[in-house]
Design a protein around this ligand. Structure first.
Ligand SMILES: [Zn+2]
Length: 461
């Protein structure tokens, strides 16, 4: 038994390096300019420090020749390069000849001076002196850094470079933790971004598997998201609980507007100025809709990952979804059709996002993996007695078990089954959902289960 107070809260530091996608020669020119400004500041400051050292040595020498005392002189010359040079930096920026330094993020220039100060004091160390810093050459270790507030667009793999803007990078792995420090560098003709992150070490508590830290999520047509346990979150100033999710349509008004704009566009002459204007309006609305969707999915996944360390969803649900959206709309008339419009758009692009956000939020908060289970029968199985029958599902919205009589919302029943399957995976590595193939082919249960479990990859508990 591990008491929650004893769960480790140590910080983990990690470095990531990705290739930057420099979009055009103008951005390339701006990056090169910032690198140049940093090199300029380093070399100019180093020259001053060296001059100061030389003056110091000269005065000490003269003082000795005159049989004086060198002690008092040392405090007069030996300056702290960082403090005094950063004051000089402000002056350089004001000077017309070096005013170009204003185009670089001042934090990056300050870091250059900090590093120089550090290098000089290490070189002067009496116990373990290091090599004296040298002048920087163009093309050798070209780089600049910043820290403090770092803007990182994790979903789109973009980093905000101060004074330039967002630049995308080739993401080869997930970035976990809070970014403390960023370095942009150029090596062999390519630009790279290095991210130094910090995050609390895994906070998973084994007791949570049995406690209420597990949840099953069903992604549906009528209701975008259903959960086995109530979640609640703030959305547009209102507190929303998971059982209200079906009445929320953050995109309704905008989608109606979009349909109208697209109708108008069709009436205009192609490539006319009015047609172009309409095109711009439409693309602006598209990005607005994308932002709303992004925000909504963020709110829901944050609410889930705040309270639950073990989240189970159905694997590979997307292809099924689009099919059943059509079928459902045809069968159940207008209401479903209207709703499925919104949910389809949330799901079309939102489901992948939903999954992706959950994966990294769980990893970040607890070090757990999102659990995926076999979607077979989650909607037909009774969450109470386990009886599986197509007749259990009276219609899209309600579930009534023909064996035990359990009656409840169909989405809730499905999400309870998903949760149970997830807990089974946690307990023994099998998702607990029976399968026709399993029965007819008489496979060993573990063999079949392993195909799902391989998708799950749970961390050792
Ligand atoms: Zn039942």
């Amino acid at each position: 038994m591990i008491k929650s107070s004893k769960v480790k809260q140590d910080k983990e530091r990690k470095g990531y390096k990705f290739r930057l996608i420099v979009p055009n020669s103008e951005i390339e020119r701006q990056l090169t300019k910032i690198v140049g400004s940093c090199r300029f500041v380093w070399n100019k400051a180093l020259a001053l420090v060296k001059q100061d050292d030389e003056d110091y040595r000269t005065v000490v020498q003269m003082s000795k020749m005159n049989a004086g005392d060198a002690e008092g002189i040392s405090t007069f010359f030996k300056f702290n390069p960082y403090n005094q040079l950063s004051a000089l930096l402000t002056k350089w920026k004001q000077h017309p000849e070096t005013a170009f330094l204003k185009d670089a993020y001042s934090k990056s220039l300050q870091i250059v001076l900090e590093e120089l100060g550090q290098a000089v004091s290490e070189a002067k160390s009496k116990t373990n002196p290091k090599r004296y810093p040298v002048f920087k050459k163009r093309g050798v270790k070209d780089s600049f850094s910043w820290n403090g507030t770092v803007k990182h667009d994790i979903e789109n793999s973009r980093i905000f470079v101060p004074k330039i803007g967002y630049i995308r990078y080739h993401k080869s792995r997930d970035v976990l933790g809070v970014i403390k420090n960023v370095t942009i560098s150029k090596q062999a003709g390519h630009w790279y971004v290095s991210l130094q992150t910090e995050r609390p070490l895994s906070q998973v508590n084994p007791e949570w598997v049995n406690a209420n830290r597990a949840i099953g999520i069903d992604v549906g047509i009528v209701k975008a998201v259903s959960s086995s346990d109530a979640i609640s979150f703030e959305y547009q100033g209102k507190q929303i609980s998971s059982n209200q999710l079906d009445s929320i349509n953050p995109l309704r008004e905008h989608q109606a507007k979009l349909a109208k704009l697209q109708k108008n566009l069709a009436r205009k002459t192609k490539f006319s100025s009015n047609w172009n204007k309409q095109k711009v309006k439409i693309s602006k609305l598209h990005s607005k809709i994308a932002n709303i969707r992004n925000d909504f999915v963020h709110k829901v996944t944050t609410a889930i990952s705040k309270s639950y360390a073990y989240v189970t969803v159905e694997a590979l649900k997307i292809p099924n979804m689009s099919k059943s959206a059509k079928g459902t709309a045809n069968k159940h008339g207008k209401m479903v059709k209207q709703k499925s419009g919104f949910n389809k758009s949330i799901l079309d692009q939102g489901w992948g996002m939903f999954r992706q956000f959950l994966v990294y939020k769980l990893k970040y908060n607890y070090g757990t993996e999102l659990i995926e289970v076999n979607p077979q029968y989650t909607s037909q199985k009774c969450s109470c007695c386990g009886h599986i029958h197509a007749d259990n599902r009276k219609n899209q919205a309600s579930f009534r078990c023909v064996k035990c009589g359990l009656s409840m919302n169909a989405d809730l029943n499905a999400s309870l089954n998903i949760k149970a399957a997830g807990l089974a995976v946690l307990a023994c590595g099998v998702d607990g959902m029976p399968s026709i193939q399993n029965a007819t082919l008489k496979q060993e249960p573990t063999e079949l289960a392993s195909s799902w479990v391989s998708n799950v990859g749970i961390l050792a508990l």
